[in-house]
Design a protein around this ligand. Structure first.
Ligand code: ZN
Length: 381
């Protein structure tokens, strides 16, 4: 590594030949070096937690029943609006520290618990503050169309997202991507298209929460609009998988959510790989449907529940996550010229990462060639 970039990677003799001068040389002692995780889908900026709902689900209530009883996204919206900036930032920093300690070096963070122009802008400004003050590289996404807020008529809310929020998000450069929760009972494909077309006209990249609970046309819309990614895809049929692959969309799979909610439908990852659709694996970290930002856990779940091979799951959680964030030629690979974001794990082989699950193997984490977590590594000749 030199000046924050990878110079060479591979067998030691090849690396020594490629590197001239006197590099800063540290010996990882035979440990495994992997790219830092690229977590391409999180809702990290939230206030409060919803362990009461978790207990209700353990007692047999469904996510939909809990939402109907006043829980769900609306309870997080209420708490977000009444919580001061500093409290929200302190929580978010702690969650980011935990992710970094588990090897995450790039994370997408969405707004979406504000659901008004002022509160959505506040959320994205807080994300910007985090991005400027935390070692995890943060990619901001505007998700004003996460839910229709209580007491607002749906057409009026869609209009507010398109006519008030998006122009200000773009003018203040607060987000790289725009996302919409396209689902039965949330936003229809037509409403989603309206929001995403407006976002595209303002220069934002497009993402979509698609087919999480049912095949409602979200993935076909992502294909038609040429979105960067379509996320969840638990209920996506084969013809829509083919449409996504043909359109060059990345499928972002969130196995932590199907695990946490015990959803019967699992994303058809083997069909996706077979059809040539690049799949990423991300956490979906949020207080309702996946209260974990552990990427090693997501990699294990991707192998166990989605039948990805260990190698496929590792690529999905690094290089393909980067592609889902428009950073496929910057992070997620240890390749000359790429940003030197990597983790050193106390394991001899990559296949052990998903296999030995539920504990951390991370010894050290580096961002742009500088160590940002773990015990200091001694310099060596
Ligand atoms: Zn999500």
């Amino acid at each position: 590594v030199r000046e924050g970039r990878v110079v060479a990677a591979g067998p030691e003799d090849d690396v020594r030949r490629a590197v001239t001068g006197t590099p800063d040389h540290r010996d990882a002692g035979g440990a495994l070096v992997l790219p830092g995780w690229v977590d391409a889908h999180t809702h990290l900026l939230f206030a409060g937690t919803r362990e009461d709902e978790f207990a209700m689900r353990a007692a047999g209530r469904s996510y939909a029943e809990i939402a109907a009883a006043g829980g769900g996204i609306h309870s997080s919206v209420r708490r977000f609006r009444e919580t001061p900036d500093e409290t929200i930032l302190a929580g978010a920093r702690r969650y980011l520290d935990q992710a970094l300690a588990l090897g995450t070096t790039t994370m997408e963070v969405k707004s979406g618990y504000g659901l008004s122009t002022d509160e959505e802008l506040r959320a994205l400004r807080l994300v910007k503050t985090l991005a400027g003050t935390h070692p995890v590289k943060i990619v901001p996404t505007f998700l004003g169309a996460h839910e229709i807020p209580r007491g607002v008529e749906r057409a009026a809310y869609v209009r507010a997202v398109v006519e008030e929020m998006l122009p200000r998000v773009a003018a203040e450069r607060l987000a790289e991507f725009c996302d919409v929760f396209c689902e039965q009972g949330v936003f229809t494909p037509e409403e989603s298209a309206r929001v995403l077309e407006a976002a595209r006209a303002l220069g934002l990249g497009l993402k979509l929460h698609a087919d999480e609970f049912g095949d409602t046309g979200g993935s076909r819309l992502a294909a038609r609009l040429g979105a960067v990614s379509a996320d969840h895809l638990h209920a996506t049929p084969l013809d829509a998988i083919r449409a996504l692959a043909a359109a060059g969309v990345v499928g972002v799979l969130l196995p932590g959510t199907s695990f946490f909610l015990d959803l019967p439908a699992k994303a058809r990852a083997r069909d996706m790989v077979g059809e040539g659709l690049p799949v990423a694996v991300a956490s979906d970290f949020n207080p309702g449907s996946c209260m974990s930002q552990s990427m090693p856990l997501m990699v294990s779940l991707a192998c166990v529940q989605l039948r990805l091979s260990p190698a496929e799951a590792l690529v999905a959680a690094t290089a393909n996550g980067a592609a889902a964030l428009g950073r496929g030629s910057r992070v997620g690979h240890l390749r000359p010229g790429w940003e030197a974001d990597f983790q050193i794990l106390d394991l001899p082989r990559h296949a052990l990462v998903p296999y030995h699950f539920g504990v951390s193997h991370v010894r050290a984490v580096f961002r742009d060639g500088r160590q940002v977590a773990g015990a200091p590594l001694a310099a060596a000749l």
